[in-house]
Ligand binder design. Structure first.
Ligand code: PMP
Length: 399
């Protein structure tokens, strides 16, 4: 308790102190803070589906039919047809026969990564006789999401960290770790960098070294690829070695997470992952809303087209201002500022001009690499983008 009090004192005076903005409304992408309108360049609601009337109506219908929560694990009495249907549709989006639904994307990574290496052990307790006893190790990109790090830690398996997207480094680690079953883990789109993982090269390595390749497609699902299928669709790169997870709280506008698998493997995960079997799924009204989101993904490809148009428009206008844009290949466009206090100064100046952008700092990124993370949205107007670029131009000349 004492430590926490001391840390609280220190935090309020330190550079990493961070004030989160409390909105009066959801960003669509305009929201209200203390009654005043602001435009959000920080929402994960990439396709502007969270407030879409079809999702809202589907959620209402779900509430009427099922109530607010199901209050039970799906392994016991908490299963519903709407979850089964959602899993089938998510599996199809990822070219797999099934998917396993978790309460959030975070819990998906925890639930799957902590379990992959233990599923065999759990099955052995019940009489499973494996052809070969496997020893697993994880090979993970240094910039992977924190839930990946935590899931791997929970697994108890060895963890080898490779430099961001450095395939030579990954291969040297794979070569050195003889006699183990490798599991390679990478974000599909890196949340703080906006870079896309080199999936074809990762897949080639996974196939060469007999590895499972686990891709976190939180920021790619619904966005990359012609149908929003994610990183595999973007590269037209599919392989039995690939296991894709996704979140339902970003482009799809609601809450939940999933991993897409073939049906027999999905059943193993349902039986062995505590984050599936010993807790509840997302509320059923959310699952109903997500079916509507998947319909819109198919029916309105122009949403994705608008998102990418906005991304290109923003990047083209920012380019002459002389900022260091970390990456410009996805709707996540981070502008490197460096010093955390200066980055917060920028974020405050933008807020004073009616724009909300996240100031990302340690521990989300290394110390000294604080950045403004601009996230483009299908519903941004050209005028809103012109406005934010104008503010950034004024801030650049004031520097
Ligand atoms: N993976 C990545 C790469 C993410 O950026 C996030 C969310 N920030 C998650 C997983 C977790 O997803 P969720 O918010 O659904 O828990």
């Amino acid at each position: 308790m004492h430590d926490l009090a001391d840390i609280a004192d220190w935090l309020h005076t330190s550079a990493i102190h961070h004030e989160s903005t409390v909105h009066d409304t959801l960003p669509d992408p305009v929201f209200r803070v203390n009654g005043a309108p602001a435009v959000s360049f920080s929402t994960n609601n990439y396709l502007a589906l969270a407030n879409h009337p079809r999702l809202v109506d589907a959620a209402k219908a779900g509430l009427e039919r099922y109530g607010v929560g199901n209050c039970e694990s799906r392994l016991l009495g908490g299963d519903l047809p709407v979850y089964r249907e959602l899993e089938r549709r998510l599996g199809a989006l990822k070219h797999k026969s099934d998917a396993v639904l978790f309460v959030t994307g975070y819990m998906t990574n925890i639930g799957v990564l902590s379990t992959l290496v233990k599923a065999g052990m759990l099955a052995r307790l019940h009489g499973f006789r494996p052809k070969k006893r496997r020893r697993y190790a994880y090979f993970t990109d240094e910039y992977n999401h924190i839930s990946i790090r935590e899931g791997i830690l929970m697994s108890g398996a060895d963890r080898h960290v490779y430099r961001h997207a450095d395939m030579d480094h990954l291969e040297s680690l794979l070569k050195a770790a003889d006699g183990i079953s490798p599991i390679i883990v990478s974000d599909g789109v890196f949340s703080m960098e906006g870079t896309i993982a080199p999936l074809p090269a990762l897949t080639a390595l996974a196939e060469r070294y007999g590895a499972i390749l686990y891709i976190d497609d939180a920021h790619a699902t619904g966005i990359l690829g012609q149908n929003g299928g994610g990183t595999s669709e973007h590269f037209n790169c599919y392989s039995p070695a690939i296991m894709q997870m996704g979140t339902l709280s970003k482009a799809l506008g609601a809450i939940g997470g999933f991993v897409a698998l073939e049906r027999d493997m999905a059943d193993v995960l349902r039986l062995t992952s505590s984050a599936y079997g010993f807790t509840c799924p997302p509320p059923p009204d959310q699952a109903n809303a997500l079916l509507a989101a998947l319909d819109l993904l198919e029916e309105e490809p122009e949403r994705r087209a608008r998102l990418w148009d906005n991304q290109r428009y923003f990047v083209e206008r920012m380019a002459p201002l002389g900022y260091h844009m970390v990456s410009t290949s996805t709707p996540i466009v981070p502008v490197l500022i460096g010093d955390a206090a200066r980055c917060q100064h920028f974020a405050r100046a933008l807020r004073d001009e009616g724009v909300h952008v996240d100031a990302i700092q340690f521990p989300a990124v290394p110390v000294g690499q604080a950045r403004l993370r601009f996230m483009l949205n299908a519903a941004h107007t050209r005028a809103q983008i012109d406005h934010v670029v104008g503010v950034m131009a004024r801030l650049a000349s004031a520097l």
